[in-house]
Design a binder for this molecule. Structure first.
Ligand code: GLU
Length: 486
């Protein structure tokens, strides 16, 4: 069997879309499962819409997801160049070959003539296909057009009455009627190839064996198959994935939330979680365990089990999954990932160990890393910002003042453990403190702690109080209690 070679061929006209990331992933999984090659090709022939910044974004996003390519513009390979704009001189010779063999012809129609044809078909309520009027031009006619200053495009001669059939890896057997296709342009009059032509030439030269892509390309596939056949080349196997829709069943777009991988990353999604999540858009693990890393997904992946229907991009599920990854990630690594979200604080006041402890204390409720910015405010600066109503209810109140007064009296006896993972003694002391108020005033233990927590953090809920106190240290805790007492 020939080597399995797949590719992802994004156009750098925007940041890497999450849908393209899923297509890349499924290609990657399909290839890696059998030790095949994953190729990256940058389809930047639309020079006006393409730019280097987007190309870089594609590299960065795929890398961040762990989808490293074996061949590509930056790493090279045997079948380059892998950037379409560097391949412009390759296409004309294949187009000429098709003309010579009678599979293609020069078309001198002007845009106005083509528009008129289209209008007529609309008026006559029949599907629009190019009439083929330039199919049989004589050399004299062509010479006359050229003399008139017309530049030809090159059209592929689509055979009449042909059923074009292929077995899609995802959707099964599909067939198309060639009469509905019409002779299509392969080279534009400006000498650049169309997508359908360039993609076939590139996939053929790069020896791509399997093409897995979105089903929005299904209508291109019969055209591409015709070109392969005309060139006498082996037709690769195609697999078309269902689309990714927003929760409201419309096309996923910016108004639903982030759509580019880099946007998700900026918002604080972990690329591991993102990758795991997109794998589930069409694929389901055989053991029902959805949280899986790339290695386990490769092991369990079978392309013929991919769902052929559309998938819904459930942001809520992604949030849940991201939270799961945050909870299980190892602390030093998570701290590194969180640091960019703490840039507004002076983190230099803490040691690495202390910062890790802050992350350990606060990660539990996070769904995205960016929430950490707000989650840790009370670890920084001298002043506490109270949540709404907290000051009146838990500090200014009679209960609050009584609790804080006693806290100040007891404070010097409280044991601020040097070891941030310790604090058993302080735990006990705070338990005694709560018990004291329960007995003396009938305060519920949590009410007592609300006052303490409110004074130290400005909030009534949050991470382990002892942990917070140990990180803040004796002086800061004392000052905050004192200040709250007034
Ligand atoms: N550049 C095309 C796109 O971004 C590639 C399509 C294909 O995979 O054939 O949609």
């Amino acid at each position: 069997m020939d080597e399995i070679r797949v590719r992802i061929a994004p156009s750098p006209s925007g940041n890497l879309h999450i849908g393209t990331a899923r297509t890349a992933l499924f290609n990657y999984l399909f290839a890696k499962k059998v030790g095949g090659k994953f190729v990256l090709r940058i389809e930047d022939t639309d020079l006006e819409r393409s730019n280097q910044e987007y190309t870089q974004n594609i590299y960065d996003s795929l890398k961040a997801l762990g989808l490293n390519w074996d061949e590509g513009p930056d790493v090279g390979g045997n079948y380059g160049p892998y950037q379409q704009s560097e391949r412009f001189d390759i296409y004309p010779k294949y187009a000429q070959m098709l003309i010579d063999k009678g599979y293609a012809y020069e078309c001198y129609c002007t845009q106005e003539e083509l528009d008129a044809e289209k209008e007529l078909s609309i008026k006559e309520k029949r599907p629009h296909v190019y009439s083929g009027r330039c199919r049989n031009l004589t050399e004299e006619q062509k010479a006359q057009y050229r003399a008139d200053g017309r530049k030809p495009s090159i059209r592929f001669k689509v055979p009449k009455d042909k059923k074009i059939t292929f077995v899609d890896m995802v959707k099964g057997e599909l067939d198309f009627d060639s009469n509905l296709i019409g002779d299509f342009v392969i080279m534009k009059s400006n000498g650049t190839p169309t997508y359908n032509f360039a993609v076939v030439i590139d996939d053929m030269e790069m020896k791509i064996s399997n093409i897995i892509r979105g089903e929005d390309h299904i209508s291109n596939t019969p055209k591409q198959i015709l070109i392969y056949e005309a060139l006498g080349a082996k037709v690769p196997q195609f697999g078309h994935l269902g689309m990714i829709l927003a929760p409201d069943r419309s096309k996923l777009s910016k108004r639903h939330g982030a759509t580019a991988v880099s946007e998700f990353v900026e918002k604080g999604y972990l690329t591991e979680a993102l990758l795991n999540f997109v794998a589930l858009l069409g694929w389901a693990p055989s053991d029902g365990v959805e949280i899986k890393d790339l290695k386990d997904i490769i092991a369990d992946f079978r392309i013929n089990e991919i769902s052929s229907s559309n998938s819904i991009f459930e942001y809520d599920k992604l949030n849940w999954m991201n939270g799961q990854y945050i909870k299980k990630m190892d602390i030093p690594q998570l701290t590194k990932r969180i640091m960019p979200y703490l840039s507004k604080y002076d983190t230099s006041v803490y040691s690495e160990k202390q910062l890790e402890k802050i992350v350990e204390l606060t990660r539990e409720p996070l769904t995205v890393l960016s929430e950490e910015t707000d989650a840790v405010t009370y670890f920084f600066g001298d002043d506490v910002t109270y949540d709404e109503g907290v000051y009146e209810q838990h500090i200014k109140s009679e209960l609050g003042q009584k609790v804080l007064k006693k806290a100040m009296e007891d404070f010097d006896s409280w044991d601020f453990d040097e070891n941030l993972d310790g604090g058993e003694k302080l735990h006990e002391q705070l338990a005694d403190f709560r018990a004291y108020f329960k007995e003396k005033e009938g305060y519920k233990p949590k009410e007592t702690m609300w006052a303490i927590r409110a004074a130290i953090t400005g909030r009534t809920r949050g991470a382990d109080m002892v942990g917070i106190m140990l990180v803040l240290g004796k002086d800061k805790v004392k000052a905050r209690l004192q200040k709250a007492l007034g």
